[in-house]
Design a protein around this ligand. Structure first.
Ligand SMILES: Nc1ncnc2c1ncn2[C@@H]1O[C@H](COP(=O)(O)OP(=O)(O)O)[C@@H](O)[C@H]1O
Ligand SMILES: [Mg+2]
Length: 279
């Protein structure tokens, strides 16, 4: 898609943030419970930020979104990575039962392993053009914007991320942009990097310590133009991928990192243990 010269940046900006490139059809992740949380899936053409600390499951979620897109919904996809060696991605994906090489041979998938400066230099165009021509992707993952940030002068991430997001939208792709939050910082405060307003949807992954065990939690922090599940949901990384479980309904303070049982629960528990002692 070429952009007519008459279309100014402002027009693009307005269209983008009022939904010009978005559409009502849902882009399903194929993870049933997540699609339910999203009331059917991400919105067509949306840029989704998946934020979380290292090991929280971002790459797994993103790969599953692409593989399901291809296998279940006939939507080819591209995975752009700055962080891992390609062999490692093929191998890790295979352990989940996802044969990326086969999908590549079938022209439904492309793994693009590159350095952030190359992507920035070309604004994605030259770098992705060939793959776009070959497989006509509908979905794309960028893993990760945090790596991109390391190659940029301080404060330039927002501008570059905006350029990339705009480019992907004009190509009609729905995207997942990965943001690796530091282990010690609160992964829910993605707004610090100023990316929040750029993206249409934010999914946060977070390890949570409850009663001496660490569990994984997922929350949809925002979704433009759609209702969504507001609960913090527990999830597991299983040998077949991400599996979403029940909500942490009995706890409060999970977002702030100091979970405690809600008072009523605590009361019930105290009451129960007291009555058991008297048995
Ligand atoms: N084949 C597998 N089966 C089950 N769990 C796995 C498998 N591969 C990876 N994991 C789990 O996923 C975690 C890494 O997830 P990943 O998506 O790479 O995280 P991130 O991209 O956020 O750093 C590992 O620490 C491990 O617990
Ligand atoms: Mg990763």
């Amino acid at each position: 898609m070429t952009t007519p010269a008459s279309r100014t940046r402002t027009t693009e900006f307005e269209e983008q943030f009022t939904g010009g490139f978005r559409n009502a059809s849902r882009v399903k992740t194929g993870i049933i419970e997540l699609d339910e949380m999203l009331r059917g899936g991400f919105m067509g053409g949306d840029a989704v930020l998946v934020a979380g600390s290292a090991g929280s499951g971002k790459t797994t979620l993103a790969l599953q979104y692409l593989v399901n897109g291809i296998v279940k919904f006939g939507e080819p996809g591209i995975y752009v990575t700055f962080e891992q060696m390609p062999d490692q991605i093929y191998r890790d994906a295979k352990n989940f039962g996802w044969d990326l090489r086969k999908l590549e041979q079938e022209n439904k998938f492309r793994l693009i392993c590159t350095s952030p400066d190359l992507l920035l230099e070309s604004q994605g165009e030259n770098l992705l053009d060939e793959a776009i021509k070959e497989i006509h992707p509908r979905r794309i993952v960028i893993d990760s914007l945090s790596h991109l940030e390391m190659f940029l002068p301080k404060g330039d991430l927002r501008k570059e991320a905006y350029r990339i997001v705009s480019y992907l939208k004009t190509k009609g792709m729905s995207s997942i942009l990965i943001w690796e939050a530091g282990q010690m910082t609160n992964s829910f405060s993605v707004t610090e990097a100023g990316l929040s307003f750029l993206v249409d949807c934010i999914v946060a992954l977070k390890p949570i310590e409850i009663e001496s065990s660490v569990r994984k939690a997922l929350a949809i922090l925002k979704m433009r133009g759609s209702d969504h599940d507001k609960q913090l949901r527990q999830f597991e990384i299983t040998p077949t991928g991400i599996k979403i479980e029940s909500a942490f309904s009995n706890y409060e303070g999970l977002m702030s990192g100091s979970p405690r049982r809600v008072a009523s629960e605590k009361f019930v528990e105290l009451f129960r243990s007291a009555s058991e002692k008297h048995k």
